[in-house]
Design a protein around this ligand. Structure first.
Ligand code: NAD
Ligand code: DAU
Length: 341
């Protein structure tokens, strides 16, 4: 592996992966291929912008011509596909872009990868493809029962990747990551939304009863887990990649408020997300047996993350003052009007 195409590398996890790879492998070249949707942000890549081993191509993974050009121009041998529409609530409001990017875009990357003899294709998938589980934990062989347009699109993308392994013997690996948090997280997701709202003394809109469970994974651990599977995973295999930190949403909410010294009166219980998955839980025995475990504890990573948003308003304030405002109105205005404290 020498020349990596990192699609979606200007997003939250993709940019952490790019920073990690350039720090870790002196001989690797990284080409970020990103459409720069509302979620893509070149500020996330400031740290590597002047690194000679890094290049940026603006393009859509569903546009075959641009993908081919990037693969040819940069003699790409490895593709790591982070590019996706990634927010469940937006997939409920407007599913189209999810099908286009997460399904069609993944297919285009696989097809170009096959044509140009890519030596490894890593599909970044999600624990949401399994659907919800009330007790126990999902194993890699369990059925996929996705419940939102987002998770159904992600499941379709990874099934196509699987098919390219089975049919064309393309070297494909898949990771199913759990809920990720950390710096540079677009403030539509619960952690950065609640931290930045609390900083501004704005309400924190908790869906339903707040007793949904997510398994939290620090972003650098997610990046390192992907690096590990990229280098050590077996072709055709799927790996669960979880943090082992299951928490109720309401507990996360309390922790954020406590760490910022803000009052619990900011909490609002609002109308639930339709089709809301109650609990995610991953059995990560397979990846642990291969030799990978997360390096960060949840508590220290959460503390670092909260402080990062306090210290880095330059990053999130322009986002919240921009496109995000319109989305926030659409998603929350009615909910907050009818909310319960
Ligand atoms: P993100 O929304 O922060 O970033 C997505 C990136 O993809 C952005 O830079 C965006 O501009 C780019 N993009 C979107 N459509 C594109 C297109 N058509 N062509 C090229 N680029 C495009 O997402 P994230 O949270 O960093 O998630 C990255 C990947 O990890 C996604 O595939 C997501 O499904 C998966 N994942 C995320 C989490 C999580 O908790 N955030 C957990 C598990 C898996
Ligand atoms: O599990 C992995 C997935 O985690 C990734 O595949 C997705 O890309 C990522 O967005 C994330 O999905 P979730 O839907 O779990 O994340 P989100 O931050 O949107 O919501 C986390 C939980 O918090 C969920 O139970 C819904 C709840 N929530 C979320 C928001 C935005 C609220 O209660 N209020 C909110 O305003």
């Amino acid at each position: 592996m020498k020349n990596l195409l990192v699609t979606g590398g200007a997003g939250f996890i993709g940019s952490a992966f790019v920073r990690h790879i350039l720090r870790t492998y002196p001989n690797y070249h990284v080409v970020v291929f990103d459409k720069l949707t509302y979620a893509g942000n070149l500020n996330n890549l400031k740290e590597v912008a002047s690194d000679a081993r890094y290049s940026f191509v603006q393009g859509d993974i569903a546009d075959r011509h641009t993908v081919e050009q990037a693969v040819k121009d940069h003699q790409i041998d490895t593709i790591v596909n982070f590019a996706a529409e990634s927010h469940v609530d937006r997939s409920i409001l407007t599913p189209d872009a999810f099908i286009q990017t997460d399904v069609v875009g993944t297919y285009v990357l696989l097809e170009v990868g096959r044509q140009y003899g890519i030596t490894r294709f890593h599909q970044v998938s999600t624990d949401e493809v399994y659907g919800t589980i009330s007790s126990g934990s999902f194993k890699e062989g369990d059925a996929l029962e996705p419940n939102s347009p987002y998770s159904a699109a992600k499941a379709s993308g990874e099934l196509m990747a699987r098919a390219y392994y089975e049919t064309y013997k393309m070297d494909v690996v898949i990771t199913r990551g759990s809920n990720t948090f950390g710096p540079y997280h677009y403030p539509e997701k619960i952690m950065p939304l609640f931290i930045t709202n609390a900083i501004d003394n704005q309400p924190l809109p908790v869906y339903g009863d707040g007793k949904q469970v997510r398994d939290w994974l620090y972003v650098d651990d997610h990046a390192m887990g992907i690096d590990f599977v990229l280098h050590h995973g077996q072709a055709g295999q799927v790996y669960n990649l979880g943090g082992g930190n299951e928490r109720y949403n309401i507990d996360i909410t309390h922790q954020i408020l406590n760490r910022l010294g803000k009052p619990e009166s900011l909490i609002r219980y609002v109308t639930d997300r339709p089709g809301h998955d109650r609990r995610y839980s991953l059995d990560c025995t397979k990846l642990h047996a291969l030799g990978w475990k997360p390096a960060h504890t949840f508590e220290s990573a959460l503390q670092y993350t909260v402080q990062w948003y306090v210290d880095n308003e330059w990053w999130w304030r322009p986002i919240k003052d921009g496109e995000f405002k319109e989305y926030y109105q659409r998603q929350y205005a009615e909910r907050l009007k009818t909310a319960q404290a």
